[in-house]
Design a protein around this ligand. Structure first.
Ligand SMILES: NC(=O)c1ccc[n+]([C@@H]2O[C@H](COP(=O)([O-])OP(=O)(O)OC[C@H]3O[C@@H](n4cnc5c(N)ncnc54)[C@H](O)[C@@H]3O)[C@@H](O)[C@H]2O)c1
Length: 342
């Protein structure tokens, strides 16, 4: 196995980017060459150690022939231009969510990845989070039965963004999760929201995503809420699961609850509901070894670069999420359910 370090440059060390940088910088098998931020003082402050160069110009990063992979955690409006330049210059790319601002940009990145054979991974963090991965394994093993529907709540007070609404800022994680859990194609979205703090920038959004199979996912996102809630509820035909990321340890609860049909002939009963029984069974809390999800995400990217395999959140997954985001924006403006192309 090739044990040469992957030589990486990181761009953007704001609120989130500094966490991404910290994780990549501490991973074995990674040699960090550059930290780039247009705020040079901030970049200098975040330097993880000696031997790492600092710049406020992305061109400096691209001009360094040693750089194999670029990690991008700049504001979303920069994602497309930076990812494109990095891919075109032969680099693999990690880019924060959402992958791009528009579907058009996302499609261009898909085309570029296919043409160059480079790897692009999007920071859909929950796909690497041990509690959410555990719930995914329950679905794969059939323990929940058929997943009927799911809903997520991602609300708290702040961070209020200026260039994107609460849905654009917070929902990409939950959209990626819903697609992963339902293993289904989103076909339409209906979103309702209100802007109170800044004109035209919704602070709270309630959205329903409709999938090809007819199943639905409901997402509640807000940065104007008294509670900090990070929760997903999955309702399956056999069991139900709640994943609560605010819980320190007991993040997953499996409810042996559901509605069963008596195995006898339905016509033995007066009404259809008489043929059903409510199963209100045990609640099980599995022990899930926790690791920092962001570290696992960064490890996954480095593994994919090293072994030339497709990331779990690859460019196609990034495109799917941007398609939902764009349709949700249309729905917020039109007040109607909007189709999702693709
Ligand atoms: N995965 C997560 O849970 C998560 C959480 C928060 C934010 N994010 C994502 O991370 C990205 C960054 O968000 P943030 O909250 O850190 O934003 P931020 O505004 O705090 O930081 C952005 C940084 O990028 C720098 N920057 C801006 N334009 C640049 C350019 N052209 N060249 C170089 N540097 C530039 C800024 O100086 C700043 O330091 C966004 O895409 C956001 O959606 C992800």
């Amino acid at each position: 196995m090739n044990q040469e370090p992957i030589r990486l440059a990181h761009v953007g060390v704001g609120y989130w980017g500094r966490n991404v940088l910290r994780n990549f910088a501490s991973l074995p098998g990674v040699e960090l060459l550059w930290v780039c931020d247009r705020d040079l003082d901030r970049a200098r402050l975040q330097l993880p150690g000696p031997g790492v160069q600092v710049t406020d110009r992305f061109e400096d990063v691209l001009a360094d022939g040693r750089v194999q992979a670029v990690s991008i955690a700049t504001p979303t409006e920069w994602h497309y231009a930076m990812a494109r330049q990095a891919l075109e210059s032969g680099r693999d790319v990690f880019v924060e969510k959402p992958m791009t601002l528009t579907v058009e940009e996302a499609l261009r990145l898909v085309e570029l990845v296919e043409r160059t054979g480079r790897i692009l991974m999007v920071g859909h963090l929950l796909l690497y989070h041990p509690a959410f991965v555990y719930a995914e394994s329950l679905i794969e093993r059939g323990e929940l039965g058929q997943v009927y529907y799911l809903y997520t709540t991602r609300v708290n007070l702040g961070i209020v963004r200026r260039h994107e609404n609460a849905f654009q800022s917070l929902a990409p994680h939950d959209i990626a999760l819903a697609i992963q859990y339902l293993r289904d194609q989103p076909v339409a979205v209906s979103a309702h929201g209100r802007a109170f703090l800044q004109p035209g920038i919704e602070d709270v959004v309630f959205a329903t995503i409709y999938f090809a199979s007819g199943r639905i996912a409901h997402l509640h996102t807000s940065w104007l809420d008294p509670h900090k809630v990070r929760r997903a509820t999955l309702v399956g035909s056999r069991k139900m699961v709640v994943i609560d990321d605010v819980e320190a340890i007991e993040k997953v609860r499996i409810y042996d609850k559901g509605v069963d049909f008596r195995p006898t002939e339905p016509r033995m009963y007066e009404t259809y509901t008489e043929a059903m029984t409510i199963r209100d069974g045990d609640i099980y809390i599995p022990r899930i070894p926790m690791q920092e999800p962001l570290r696992l995400e960064c490890e996954h990217f480095i593994g994919c670069v090293r072994e030339r395999r497709q990331p779990k959140s690859d460019v196609h997954n990034g495109l799917q999420v941007v398609r939902v985001l764009e349709a949700a924006q249309r729905s917020l403006r039109s007040g109607r359910t909007e189709p999702i192309a693709g």
